[in-house]
Design a protein around this ligand. Structure first.
Ligand code: NAP
Length: 255
């Protein structure tokens, strides 16, 4: 069975969620986990095949989901997606800004487009979806915005000036929007994953991954479910009084 059940129980029946980057990796685990708790995830990605697989996984276990192909840097399309989700399901309760890329290079050799593309997708994309989702959430006087940052945005990482800057930006955005939207009962939090086993980290190669494992106090890479469960917690009623927080899920890497 493909069902990604959260290891904590949360009742998200009747909740509508948007999850970006849901075509694979962490986004897929997050969408499947929210759906297993009863939410309806609108799955956003540029990868239509990946989206179809995620939606198929949700439907295979009796959940409801829909694919929304979308580049998170396209402001007009982002607006259309939020509108289409509200039209389809009546409201929007949860936004998970997860889409993100790496284009690693030492800063001296970094090309303009490596900088620009990472900032555009990781930071501008998070801003665009946050701005668009805030409107229906404010109208409904409730909401959960959960931004997937990274420990790189807290501690820096050689070869990732663009990525670290984008994720530090996401953390600043999170804290500010948390203050702006608190009066409307909308919480805004970030999760800072350490190294999690997905296609993004598979690119690093076995040697570097073995080195990374040695640096992680818990001695392993994280699993996508480790992040999905943290999202489930922040989306649940149990996190009602938590906003503007950055939750590291990193096996102790930044301890
Ligand atoms: P992943 O396996 O590379 O998946 C990212 C997904 O986002 C892919 O399906 C990708 O589509 C999609 N995407 C890329 N650009 C997009 C755009 N412009 N609009 C919409 N979708 C787009 O990455 P992951 O490991 O699951 O990471 C998910 C998030 O967690 C990212 O924000 C990442 O920075 C963060 N994170 C990951 C780790 C880790 O260790 N894995 C650690 C810290 C933080 P394509 O197939 O076209 O690329």
């Amino acid at each position: 069975m493909n069902r990604q059940e959260g290891r904590i129980s949360a009742d998200l029946r009747g909740k509508v969620a948007i999850v970006t980057g849901a075509g694979r990796g962490l986004g897929r685990a997050i969408a499947e986990t929210l759906a297993a708790a009863g939410a309806k995830p609108a799955c956003v990605d540029v990868d239509a095949d990946g989206l179809a697989e995620t939606v198929g996984n949700v439907e295979a276990v009796g959940g409801e989901a829909q694919a929304f192909p979308c580049d998170v840097t396209d402001a007009q399309r982002v607006g259309e997606v939020v509108e289409a989700v509200v039209t389809k399901w009546g409201s929007l309760h949860i936004l998970v800004n997860n889409a993100g890329i790496t284009r690693d290079s030492l800063v001296m050799r970094m090309k303009d487009d490596q900088w620009d593309s990472v900032i555009a997708i990781n930071l501008r994309g998070t801003f665009l979806f946050t701005r668009a989702a805030a409107r229906p959430m404010m109208k409904g006087r409730q909401g959960r915005i959960i931004n997937i940052a990274s420990v790189a945005g807290l501690m820096g990482n050689p070869g990732q000036a663009n990525y670290s800057a984008s994720k530090a930006g996401v953390i600043g955005l999170t804290r500010t929007v948390a203050r702006e939207l608190a009066a409307r009962n909308i919480t805004v939090n970030a999760i800072a994953p350490g190294f999690i086993a997905t296609e993004m980290t598979a690119k690093l190669g076995d040697e570097l991954l073995a080195e990374i494992r040695k640096q992680v106090p818990l001695g392993r890479l994280g699993k996508p479910q480790d992040i999905a469960d943290a999202v489930l917690f922040l989306a649940s009623d149990a996190a009602d009084f938590i906003t503007g927080h950055v939750l590291t899920v990193d096996g102790g890497l930044t301890a």
